[in-house]
Design a protein around this ligand. Structure first.
Ligand SMILES: [Zn+2]
Length: 157
């Protein structure tokens, strides 16, 4: 009983920062969130066996994240759906990089983020970023976030 109440309160408190981007995939299909504690990461983009786009969100991990980081994680996973990355079986460094760039640009363009928020995400990536063969190295990933934004601003001039 207590567990469920905590879970409910948590998912409600996560909602504003979690899904305000209203993610749709490359086909225009709305992306749903499935809350779980059964994945290793904070969140991951998947298709259900019926091909419906979903983001699995690990409530145990995300409850420790700030709203800035929660928004970024959601936008990053949304990006994998928007950019059609899941048509491939496995992710790679380029996809992860593209997802980071799309997330940073979209959050700034929609005024959920300012450059200060990007700096907070950079710090979190440097401290806790995943270091594996699929993701760019945390330091490089953090640096790339700001350079994506500079490119967007430059392309508008
Ligand atoms: Zn990713």
């Amino acid at each position: 009983m207590k567990y469920w109440l905590g879970f409910l309160l948590f998912t409600l408190s996560l909602q504003p920062a979690w899904a305000d981007l209203q993610c749709k995939d490359y086909r225009g299909i709305k992306v749903s969130t499935i809350y779980t504690t059964k994945i290793a990461d904070g969140a991951t983009a998947r298709h259900t066996r019926h091909g419906h786009p979903v983001i699995l969100a690990n409530t145990n991990i995300l409850k420790g994240f700030s709203s800035v980081m929660t928004r970024f994680v959601y936008a990053h996973e949304c990006a994998h759906h928007v950019l059609g990355h899941l048509k491939n079986k496995v992710s790679n460094v380029e996809f992860e990089q593209e997802a980071d760039c799309w997330a940073a640009q979209t959050l700034v363009d929609n005024q959920y983020f300012d450059t200060n928020d990007i700096r907070k995400v950079q710090l979190m990536i440097r401290l806790y970023g995943i270091d594996d063969e699929v993701h760019p190295k945390p330091d490089e990933r953090a640096r790339n976030l700001m350079s994506c934004l500079r490119q967007t601003v430059a392309s508008r001039l």
